[in-house]
Design a protein around this ligand. Structure first.
Ligand code: 5RP
Length: 228
């Protein structure tokens, strides 16, 4: 792809991320405590949040926390907030059942915790994120305790997958990421459980147990809404 075609593609993707974020804002109510995800699509949402007079936010990463703080939005501890009404986040891939792959930004563990603690998960994506089967184009990120990296990698190879250590990345919890290619994700719920059962795995990027309740996909023609 030429440089100018590539730039055009990135502009289109950014416009779609902004449109998806604008659509997600409709779910946010004034005075609520909002669960806020991580990534470039979430950053588009964060830009819109000052108008909503939130009571506060529970965040899925230090990066999101810093952005919200800069806008004067209070950051609350999930332990003192209890169940959240709404969590909004992006995704790296989604399928027809609204199962997701997440973790491109290495924030998967806290993202899964906040999603699990929320009544509703609204996911915002540009159209490039839709796939028939998860894990074929985008590798599944797996957060691993540093000491277990090599052991977990061997277990993944035994499963027929190809784990690649994400060099230079340390998660907010001090762990490492294995980006895992060629993993069989035909049954996302089963794959999620199988990965969780490997000793040393902290969390995996398959979101099936905590998939999106509502998914807003931005296209050149407008927003398409999917619900479970
Ligand atoms: C971060 C994530 C993000 O939601 C995912 O990577 C999508 O990012 P973006 O909105 O930048 O495309 O899971 O851990």
């Amino acid at each position: 792809m030429s440089q100018s075609a590539n730039n055009e593609n990135l502009d289109k993707q950014l416009a779609q991320k902004q449109a998806a974020a604008k659509a997600a804002l409709e779910y946010v109510e004034e005075g609520m405590i909002l669960g806020v995800g991580t990534g470039s699509t979430v950053n588009c949402l964060i830009d819109l949040l000052p108008q909503m007079a939130l009571k506060g936010a529970v965040t899925s990463s230090q990066a999101t926390e810093a952005r919200l703080k800069a806008l004067g939005i209070d950051i609350l501890d999930l332990n003192f907030v209890g169940t959240l009404d709404l969590y909004i986040d992006g995704a790296d891939e989604f399928d027809a059942q609204l199962n997701l792959i997440k973790g491109g930004g290495a924030a998967l563990t806290r993202e899964k915790i906040v999603a699990a603690a929320s009544k509703q998960f609204v996911c915002m994506v540009d159209e490039s994120k839709q796939v028939a089967t998860l894990g074929k184009a985008f590798p599944v990120p797996i957060e691993v305790l540093p000491q277990a990296r090599s052991y977990v990698a061997r277990k993944l190879v035994e499963m027929g997958a190809e784990p690649v250590y994400r060099e230079g990345v340390v998660t907010d919890y001090g762990n490492v990421i294995l980006d895992t290619y060629d993993l069989d994700v035909n049954n996302p719920a089963q794959t999620e459980k199988t990965l969780n059962n490997i000793v040393g795995v902290v969390c995996n990027g398959v979101f099936a147990a905590n998939k999106a309740n509502v998914l807003l996909k931005a296209t050149s023609q407008g927003i398409e809404k999917f619900t479970q």
